[in-house]
Write a protein that binds this ligand. Structure first.
Ligand code: GTB
Length: 224
């Protein structure tokens, strides 16, 4: 059965591949699983039909037969368990790859999201100038720690895994700030991820949505 995912009808990132459907598309491409996409307006995301799938009214979701999933990390993990290629077979290596998935979303992503919030939501607040360097400092600390662990390896723990897929996806979100480039081995790591054919196919697919939709007028709202 072909799974269906949800994505923004009009992504605020204007096709730059930063919304979280991208990591799910990438995982689907890595494992060679064809998929369909249901595009949602911001209004539709808050309607009961979508809230039944995603309690917070967000994208992405994943439907496959009787299974409905939300949370991009859980969806990528599900795909990695169901298919070969994204998690090692050997038990300990598999556990470590899963640990990197969690590290990406619970240790590295939070300060990066703080920066997004500071810049988008708090830019006009009196505390912005004081808060920005604090948030950037926390990101630098995490990136420095990650860079030290990665060293000159291609991937975080042996072959490319779902852990790398999630970590590269998270790091891409900090790339526009310039902070990633302060850590050349991390910048190269992200570039290796972006160069993967599966990433390229996923990126092209989400960009095609933006290109098609930008030909028609926007209704306006752009939440985070
Ligand atoms: N933890 C959930 C997951 O990983 O699936 C978080 C899902 C989530 O944050 N979804 C966002 C969403 O639906 C889209 S990806 N937001 C709408 C809402 O909450 O009403 C986050 C995102 C949004 C925009 C950009 N951008 O413009 O660059 C990048 C990432």
């Amino acid at each position: 059965m072909t799974p269906t995912i949800t994505a923004f009808e009009r992504s605020p990132d204007r096709g730059r591949g930063l919304a979280r459907d991208m990591r799910v598309r990438w995982a689907l491409e890595e494992v060679g699983q064809p998929y369909e996409v249901r595009l949602l307006s911001f209004q539709a995301m808050k309607q009961p039909a979508h809230l039944a799938l995603q309690p917070f009214g967000q994208i992405p979701t994943y439907e496959e037969g009787d299974l409905a999933l939300f949370e991009s990390g859980a969806i990528v993990f599900h795909l990695a368990q169901r298919h070969t290629g994204l998690l090692p077979q050997e038990g300990n290596a598999r556990a470590r790859a899963i640990a990197w998935m969690f590290a990406a979303v619970t240790t590295v992503e939070p300060p990066i999201l703080d920066l997004v919030i500071v810049k988008i939501v708090e830019g006009d607040k009196s505390w912005y100038e004081q808060r920005l360097p604090l948030v950037e400092g926390r990101i630098r600390q995490r990136l420095g720690e990650l860079a030290a662990r990665l060293g000159d390896a291609d991937w975080l723990d042996g072959d490319f895994s779902a852990g790398d897929l999630m970590m590269v996806s998270v790091l891409l979100r900090v790339k526009p700030s310039g902070l990633l480039q302060e850590f050349p081995n991390l910048a190269a790591y992200v570039a290796r991820g972006e160069a993967r054919p599966a990433y390229q196919r996923a990126f092209a697919a989400q960009l095609a949505v933006f290109t098609a939709q930008s030909a028609t007028p926007s209704p306006g709202a752009l939440p985070r």
